[in-house]
Design a protein around this ligand. Structure first.
Ligand code: PEP
Length: 256
């Protein structure tokens, strides 16, 4: 039986515009979802979405957050600004940010701490690339990302999500099988037990991300340690994304 409330997060990346906002919001208004649902649009569209969403349960997340509070940091957006704007959560250390914007584990740890300080739910993204999987160092990579990103973090009374996103599965159409994803999620939870303690590890939600579609969502979510999904490409089609959210909600209702 699932112990944790399922969560589904859309990562629009550098995509979308006012049309997508309108069609996405329209698909959610008036609907109840037992799962927690959030969309991470580009920064510029957050306020538009938040205005539309005051009558919906949908939450807005950020694709990134500054490690800094304020000051001469051109192009940055702080956790406090996101919180004040109405954001609920933020992605941290997405593999595209690690690969293209030189984000490292130490920077992720500062961002996790900053998000928690401002009551934003941090979603720390981890995952191995194809070469690392082929050379059997997946666990080593994940251990470094988790320890580096979480050491010294105090979670008392606060929530945290981990998104396991194998880089080889992102945007490739080659999702991890439910069995592979479950095996890794179980490893991540064991590692969280070592970093925090068993009770904390059992309440952290671990999302799977990488080529999730409405066709594989249910099988993935049925795994014991898969508590949610991070959805890229498929979230750009509102009908498709709603279908994924409905599946997560059905499982939440069954498990209630
Ligand atoms: C992502 O990049 O977070 C992601 C999950 O992308 P996709 O669903 O397109 O693989």
């Amino acid at each position: 039986m699932k112990q944790r409330k399922p969560i589904v997060i859309a990562n629009w990346k550098l995509n979308g515009g006012l049309d997508l906002i309108c069609t996405s919001v329209a698909s959610f208004i008036g609907k109840h979802f037992a799962a927690q649902i959030a969309i991470c649009p580009p920064y510029l569209y957050m306020r538009d979405m938040l205005t539309f969403l005051q009558y919906s349960e949908l939450q807005i997340g950020s694709q990134n957050v500054s490690r800094y509070e304020s000051g001469a940091y051109t192009g940055e957006t702080s956790a406090q600004m996101l919180k004040q704007a109405g954001c609920s959560l933020c992605l941290i250390g997405h593999s595209e940010r690690r690969a293209m914007f030189a984000e490292n584990n130490e920077g992720c740890q500062i961002k996790v701490r900053t998000a928690l300080n401002h009551e934003l739910l941090p979603v720390l993204c981890v995952g191995e690339n194809q070469q690392q999987r082929e050379t059997n160092i997946t666990e080593q990579v994940l251990r470094e990302q988790l320890r580096g990103g979480l050491t010294g973090i105090d979670l008392h009374g606060k929530d945290l999500c981990i998104a396991y996103e194998p880089v080889w599965a992102i945007g490739t159409g080659l999702a991890a099988t439910p069995a592979i994803a479950q095996e890794v999620h179980q490893f991540i939870r064991a590692e969280l037990t070592r970093i925090f303690d068993e009770a904390t590890a059992n309440r952290v939600r671990i999302l799977y991300g990488g080529s999730v579609t409405k066709s594989n969502a249910r099988d993935l979510l049925q795994q014991a340690d898969i508590d949610g999904l991070l959805v890229g490409g498929a979230s750009l089609d509102p009908g498709h994304f709603v279908a994924i959210c409905e599946q997560a909600s059905e499982l939440a209702e069954i498990d209630d």
